[in-house]
Design a protein around this ligand. Structure first.
Ligand code: XIL
Length: 320
């Protein structure tokens, strides 16, 4: 049986999955699929700051360690996710007790402490996640408000200092096609590169949905153009959180439209030489974040609730 991993490896490509720490711990079927089908993994939640350091100075590395250990044992790349985000922050960061200088120092320590712990085992990092609003202005996070817009460049410099060999990414959604956010992200990456800020790549989350009724024109028509556009800046690009949710209940037409959308995403990435990896945000519908994250929607992944291959799997396999 030829897996996605085998096909990707033969072409020098990375195909990845987000990893649920709880599923990995308890579900041997999940472990098997993860190791045979993928050569890259991204901790879905385990490396978010609130999960690593809920109490200041008392890090809890166990869940992240378990994923990294699994990946190393199975020869998989780890995409670290994510160091600077407006969400999943510990309350000791958000409760307003820290001065600006303390906040800045805490962010630097968080980036560098996390990266140093995993240096040599986590080779790619989403350093900054979801920095933009839909209109292309910077998102009003605690980081923007307290540290100013320079927090982005600072984060990349601190990250590079901590692990000079890691590939450093900025990651976002709704930049996969011609949006104001895409324009703003493009300008930011261009400017950062011009200033010598160490940024190596741009991640496109690619959370996608099949509308009901199913539209004649399916999504992701512009993804490959977008990947090429950014690659033109001299950075790597990646599809980092691909999933294609459908309005529940799923039916054969929706599942077919979903499969075609997955095929497009895979063809878009694998057809661009600087698109170095494609990661799906969830291995199986059994544990998908969509069920709780987007009520009424689901069935977003390549494998069903019994870990069986869906038409989407077959389409991705065909592209590889
Ligand atoms: C999501 C996880 O999948 C959920 O389990 C969690 O409750 C919230 O975060 N963009 C990102 C990811 O960059 O980190 C998010 O992951 C999904 C949206």
């Amino acid at each position: 049986e030829i897996t996605l991993r085998t096909l990707a490896a033969a072409r020098g490509l990375r195909i990845g999955s987000a990893v649920s720490d709880s599923a990995l711990e308890k579900d041997s079927g999940y472990q098997d699929k993860l190791k045979y089908e993928f050569n890259s993994v991204t901790p879905e939640n385990a490396m978010k700051w609130a999960n690593l350091e809920a109490t200041r100075g008392k890090p809890t590395w166990e869940k992240a360690d378990a994923i990294v250990d699994f990946a190393v044992r199975n020869g998989q790349t780890v995409r670290g996710h994510t160091l600077v985000w407006h969400r999943s922050l510990p309350t000791w960061i958000t409760d307003g007790t820290l001065s600006t200088a303390e906040l800045r120092d805490a962010l630097k320590q968080h980036i560098q402490g996390t990266m140093k712990r995993y240096a040599g085992r986590v080779s790619v990092w989403d350093v900054v996640n979801e920095a933009f609003n839909e209109d292309g202005t910077l998102r009003p996070s605690i980081w923007l408000e307290r540290l100013g817009s320079g927090y982005i460049a600072d984060a990349f410099r601190w990250a590079h200092e901590a692990d000079p060999s890691a590939k450093l990414y900025i990651n976002d959604f709704d930049a996969e096609w011609a949006t104001p956010k895409r324009d703003a992200l493009y300008k930011l990456v261009r400017d950062l590169r011009a200033q010598g800020v160490p940024i190596d790549g741009v991640g496109f989350q690619t959370h996608t949905l099949i509308k009901d009724p199913i539209p004649a024109a399916l999504p992701l028509t512009q993804l490959q153009d977008t990947l090429k556009l950014f690659a033109g800046l001299g950075v790597d690009v990646a599809v980092t959180e691909l999933d294609v949710r459908v309005k529940l209940p799923a039916d054969a037409d929706k599942v077919a439209a979903q499969a075609e959308t997955y095929r497009r995403a895979a063809a878009a990435c694998f057809g661009v030489s600087r698109c170095v990896s494609l990661t799906v945000w969830g291995l199986t519908d059994k544990y998908s974040w969509v069920d709780s994250g987007v009520p009424g929607w689901g069935a977003a992944d390549l494998l069903d609730r019994n870990l069986q291959k869906k038409p989407a799997y077959t389409q991705v396999q065909a592209v590889l």
